[in-house]
Design a protein around this ligand. Structure first.
Ligand code: SAM
Length: 308
């Protein structure tokens, strides 16, 4: 459920900082974030879908907005697709987790805690501004796109992926409801224990977990996203969509797992759920995505260019 339209931008940003700080330690396991070949393939294919072509060679000096634990930048950097890597987030906790992963992977990154609407960088310092699953959290998107345009060099590009579509959000309600209804039987089948404090959800303390309903500000129609970059001076705007069955599967699995104490969910089950997701992603990208309009897919992808 998105934040109330009457919430002030300050309240939304504060909720985002506290919620993501509390979630940082368990974020990668909760969302199945992978920095191996699977994760690298996922992000490369998202960028390829956004651009309409596979990225060949480096996309240049990059600035990620709302980088979280590093899913997008760290996986792209490992494939030599980024030069100087700068990552930002409103949550210091998420960037601490990212820095630890970057060190483990041997990737040099600059981490900067800041918000998208106010970037502490010189004009024209980057070739690429990118993000994954972040635009829907930002209260003032016109101001944020103004900042993206300012910090990009002429000819530079924005690429944003993983944005929930308004219709996809409605479609996701079904697997969420099915997962919740089937959860008691599923827990008995796999031997998982019911969550003792369903509000607290494991690592996240209850107060901050309750903020989950306050951190999402937007769910986009493709036309909303299409209209955003032009106001800031971008051209060559392209919006596409991805994921149908994979999303149905993913939300169903997440809704089951959210009802169990995380450490009691068997590893074999987690692997099964993750492999299923990856298999359905392949089905979506080969069969459904080329045939369905972005309106019917769950995640939206956006790219645009700063005139050179
Ligand atoms: C759904 S998470 C996605 C994280 C990461 N990009 C990924 O795909 O795994 C959204 C991230 O955006 C950050 N965020 C939320 N509001 C923000 C804002 N106004 N400015 C910058 N980052 C923000 C959150 O702290 C969080 O790390």
């Amino acid at each position: 459920m998105p934040a109330s339209p009457t919430d002030s931008p300050e309240k939304i940003k504060d909720a985002n900082t506290r919620y993501h700080d509390a979630a940082a330690d368990s974020y990668d396991s909760k969302w199945g974030i992978d920095f191996g070949p699977i994760g690298q393939h996922q992000v490369r294919s998202k960028v390829a879908k956004a651009l309409g072509r596979d990225p060949v060679g480096s996309l240049g000096d990059s600035l990620e907005i709302g980088a979280g634990t590093g899913y997008f930048s760290l996986n792209l950097a490992q494939q030599g697709l980024l030069d100087r890597v700068t990552v930002t987030d409103i949550s210091p906790g998420m960037l601490e987790t990212l820095a630890t992963s970057a060190e483990g992977l041997g990737i040099e990154v600059e981490t900067v805690v800041c918000e998208a609407e106010e970037l502490p960088f010189e004009d024209e310092s980057f070739d690429l501004v990118l993000g994954h699953a972040v635009l829907h959290h930002i209260p003032d998107l016109d101001r944020a796109f103004g900042e993206f345009h300012r910090v990009l060099r002429p000819g530079g590009r924005v690429i944003f992926c993983g944005e929930p579509s308004r219709y996809g959000d409605r479609l996701a309600a079904l697997p969420k409801a099915l997962g919740t209804a089937a959860a008691p039987v599923w827990r008995r089948m796999v031997g998982a224990s019911a969550l003792e404090d369903p509000v607290g959800n494991g690592a996240e303390c209850s107060d901050d977990h309750e903020l989950e309903s306050e951190v999402d500000v937007h769910a986009f129609a493709p036309s909303d996203l299409r209209g955003l970059p032009g106001g800031a001076g971008f051209t060559e705007v392209r919006v596409s969509g991805e994921e149908a069955v994979a999303n149905f599967w993913g939300w169903g699995m997440r809704s089951l797992e959210a009802t169990a104490e995380p450490e009691t969910v068997p590893l074999g089950w987690r692997k099964f759920a993750f492999r299923g997701y990856v298999t359905f992603q392949k089905l979506d990208s080969t069969v459904l995505e080329p045939r369905l309009p972005p309106e019917l897919l769950y995640n939206l992808l956006l790219t645009a260019k700063k005139p050179g």
